[in-house]
Design a protein around this ligand. Structure first.
Ligand code: FES
Length: 102
């Protein structure tokens, strides 16, 4: 099943956008040089939304303690963040981004 996340134009290159879909935790979409990546917005270190963070290449930086995560894998890349975040498969079709789920 596919669920609409956003129009591609809503997430410019180098930006992150929060997306809320019913029944799921808050998600974030990052545009890394035209490639879109979807991940769980809640930082694994604390109560902060990574959708508010800065995108530095393929890493998003948490605004609270500056922990970083690779948005392509979910791996924590800078302390104090240690635990990964969930990443989700997505697909682009007709200028829109969709979440791929079972
Ligand atoms: Fe994100 Fe601490 S809450 S690094």
């Amino acid at each position: 099943m596919r669920r609409l996340l956003c129009d591609l134009a809503d997430v410019p290159d180098g930006h992150v956008k929060a997306i809320q879909l019913e029944g799921l935790p808050e998600l974030a979409v990052a545009n890394v040089e035209g490639a879109f990546h979807v991940f769980e917005a809640l930082c694994s270190h604390g109560a902060s939304s990574l959708a508010e963070g800065r995108l530095l290449g393929c890493e998003v930086e948490c605004v609270l303690h500056k922990g970083r995560f690779d948005v392509t894998t979910g791996k924590a890349t800078r302390r104090p963040a240690k635990k990964p975040i969930a990443v989700y498969p997505s697909v682009v079709e007709d200028g829109q981004l969709f979440l791929e789920s079972d």
